[in-house]
Write a protein that binds this ligand. Structure first.
Ligand code: FES
Length: 255
């Protein structure tokens, strides 16, 4: 008789010291049941969680990243870091999606110090959703090298992304729904495509070409992009002298 092993997701959770971490503590003390799928890092505020932390967590093989903070209006700092966390989470989701990773692998929830039961519920729900998504990379139909390359490509672009976020994307709304609406809007979509998506695609292509020269078709299948999309980026990168066409190999290589 064969044994089928159930996939157990690995989650890294960043919990704000003042609310969510205390909520997790209460959950444990109260003996509420929830899956032991999440390892916790305590941060002083959800606004401390940088996109780089999130990407590093995925690069280390975590299938999901969870951020827990105080409810909006209840952050313990005058800078109200949980608004920044919300904005960062939405931008992170867009970056993941643009690189072919499921954005639902990143989740942010508000859990107060008195909501031990809520903590158990959201961790259970996130774990169940990740079970359906499958292991990171494999769940998206990517091999280990492609996943690594894509995460590296996003990480390399982060300083630029943060600048764009600060100058062009950052907004301040009063509630979560307004953030969701803004990040799903055509206005944000065109800003993201114009300022970030193309650069992210080029960053992935450049990372792929670091190993060896490749044809358009090889790049397209390696990155899960269409040949037309790859051709567009190759042309613009060649114009900027980032890459060149090697006539002998009939392939593109780094310039
Ligand atoms: Fe908890 Fe800022 S102190 S989110």
């Amino acid at each position: 008789m064969s044994t089928v092993h159930e996939f157990k997701p690995r989650i890294l959770g960043f919990l704000c010291n003042w609310c969510s971490y205390a909520g997790a503590d209460l959950c444990g003390v109260s003996r509420y049941q929830y899956p032991a799928s999440m390892k916790i890092i305590r941060v002083m505020c959800s606004g401390r969680v940088d996109l780089e932390f999130v990407l590093r967590a995925f690069a280390k093989g975590n299938d999901g990243v969870f951020i827990g903070g105080c409810w909006l209006g209840e952050c313990h700092y005058i800078t109200e870091g949980n608004y920044d966390a919300l904005s960062m989470m939405h931008l992170g989701k867009k970056l993941l999606e643009s690189a072919g990773l499921n954005p639902d692998r990143l989740r942010l929830e508000w859990v107060s110090a008195s909501q031990g039961i809520r903590y158990a519920e959201v961790v259970t729900d996130f774990t169940e959703k990740l079970k359906v998504l499958g292991p990171i990379g494999t769940g998206e139909g990517m091999d280990e090298n492609t996943l690594k390359l894509k995460l590296e490509a996003i990480t390399k672009l982060l300083p630029y992304v943060k600048l764009v976020e600060r100058e062009k994307i950052r907004v301040h709304f009063e509630n979560k729904a307004e953030y969701e609406e803004y990040f799903a809007s055509d206005q944000l979509k065109s800003l993201f495509n114009e300022l970030i998506a193309d650069k992210l695609a080029v960053s992935q292509i450049m990372s792929l070409l670091q190993a060896k020269a490749l044809s358009t078709g090889e790049i397209a299948s390696g990155l899960g992009m269409s040949a037309a999309e790859v051709t567009k980026h190759l042309k613009s990168s060649a114009r900027q002298r980032l890459i060149r066409f090697d006539d002998n190999q009939k392939r593109y290589a780094l310039a």
